[in-house]
Design a protein around this ligand. Structure first.
Ligand code: 5AD
Ligand code: SF4
Length: 448
């Protein structure tokens, strides 16, 4: 009998961590169909771009990548090879048919809610000989259709527990591309967490667009909060660390703040975007809170867990933002003292309310404000790292370093830590003292 040829799949992820998770799950689904993952597109029989639509540049990158892949596909065809090109994720959801109209070499288009149908979509492509576009929001639970046993993973993994968003911030496409809020049941998440532990994982980051709005069915039939889910998962042997992202200030409940004080497996790191510091802008963004409320929240969280690393997201140049509004963003930033943050120029997204406003901020003003904010955030990040010098902390070893005997681990605050790891292996938790602070990472020695 002829041996079935191993097919190669290359999956490229853009944007958020949820896409990284989705890409991994697509890989899990394709394994049993005879696909093996490869790092580059050159040899691949199937190329999947798992796309992001959050800002304009993200979608532009996809079209330029598709242009390159078209040439690759033509080259391979000349040598008798066949390449299937698929566009997945939020650009696929938002653009649908438009993608196959604009780029004829694309074979499959499917949104974030339908990737569990990937094996069927591939079959449909072969059967019809035509491009297949699948962007509906199906009624079935896609998570129930994903692979149950997982191939070996690294030490850290993402686990999506909540998806979608009902907040409708006026700048954001997420409620349109990912749909309305949905929380997975606790037992389903627990089963996946256990499978991840069996696959070698020690640290799990729970993901959701609005993760702290989590309200899944609990094992006892009650609705569980995110704090309840964290308590439940932290009882699993083999899970050493839990994190969660991204949170909304409006859903930062008391029990979640408590969990940061009480649960030793929950890491002292909180990504809590404020977006802007001016109350007028926050209102027009439809954020549902004022700057003062955010600052009070941070103070309460710091009281519960004084060493917590706070990170955030910012948008500069939202329509109508004045210099005084922007200075309010700088003022809030100075008060919070972020350990790290992501900051972006406002990008009008078609279909969102803010995109139609006439008072768009000129590009050069946005650039100037972004540079000023990033300079401040950069200094704060350095200060946070510098304050770790001489401190002792546990580090989870994740991957090999550049030099022989060196491993790279992660601090509780999500910093990369280089160390000489003689006698220790990837997956070990070691106690270290921080010896030096570089621009991107810390270095440390292990306590004997
Ligand atoms: N323009 C710029 N940044 C945006 N974000 C979301 N939508 C936009 C937009 N239209 C940012 C927000 C969000 C992060 C994931 O992306 O800061 O928290
Ligand atoms: Fe977008 Fe706002 Fe929902 Fe976050 S909370 S996903 S920024 S709409």
């Amino acid at each position: 009998m002829e041996k079935r040829r191993v097919k190669k799949v290359h999956i490229k992820s853009y944007g958020c961590q949820m896409n990284v998770y989705d890409s991994q799950r697509m890989g899990d689904l394709l394994g049993p169909l005879g696909y093996e993952a490869v790092a580059g597109p050159e040899e691949a029989d199937l190329i999947i771009l798992n796309t992001c639509h959050i800002r304009e540049k993200a979608a532009d990158k996809v079209y330029s990548e598709l242009g390159k892949l078209r040439l690759l596909k033509q080259e391979r065809a000349k040598q008798g090879g066949e390449t299937v090109i698929a566009v997945a994720g939020c650009v696929a959801q938002a653009e649908g048919e438009e993608i196959v109209r604009r780029e004829k070499s694309v074979d499959l288009v499917f949104g974030p809610q339908t990737y569990h149908r990937l094996p069927d979509l591939l079959k449909a492509r072969v059967a019809t000989g035509k491009a297949v576009v699948e962007t509906e929001f199906p009624a079935e639970d896609k998570f129930a259709h994903l692979a149950r046993t997982l191939p070996k993973r690294g030490v850290t993994a993402f686990l999506t527990v909540q998806e979608g968003c009902d907040k409708f911030c006026s700048f954001c496409v997420v409620p349109y591309t990912r749909g309305s809020e949905f929380s997975r049941p606790v037992t389903q998440i627990e089963a996946e967490a256990r499978a991840l532990v069996d696959a070698g994982v020690r640290e799990i980051t729970l993901l959701g667009q609005n993760v702290n709005a989590y309200h899944g069915a609990g094992p006892d039939g009650e609705i569980s909060s995110l704090a309840g889910l964290i308590t439940h998962l932290s009882r699993i042997d083999g899970i050493e660390r839990l994190r969660f992202t991204t949170s909304h200030p409006r859903d930062m409940s008391d029990d979640l703040i408590e969990a940061h004080a009480e649960n030793p497996k929950l890491m002292p790191y909180l990504h809590l975007p404020i977006q802007a510091g001016s109350d007028r802008v926050l209102k027009e963004m439809n954020r549902g809170h004022r700057a003062e409320e955010y600052l009070k929240l941070i103070a309460r969280i710091r009281k519960a867990r004084p060493d917590i690393a706070v990170s955030g997201d910012f948008i500069v140049g939202f329509p109508g933002e004045t210099e005084a509004d922007f200075e309010a963003t700088l003022a809030v930033t100075r008060e919070v003292r972020y350990a790290g943050a992501f900051s972006f120029k406002y990008s009008p997204r078609p279909g969102t309310p803010a995109a139609d406003r006439a008072d768009q901020v000129p590009e050069e003003v946005k650039s100037d404000r972004l540079a000023r904010l990033q300079a401040l955030l950069g200094t704060q990040q350095k200060d946070f790292n510098q304050a770790c010098l001489g401190r002792q902390m546990p580090v989870l070893l994740e991957k090999p370093g550049r030099h022989p005997g060196q491993l790279i681990g992660r601090s509780p605050y999500l910093q990369g830590v280089y160390l000489d790891a003689k006698g220790h292996a990837i997956g070990d938790m070691v106690n270290v003292t921080i010896d030096a602070v570089g621009s991107n990472a810390l270095s440390a020695h292990i306590h004997p």
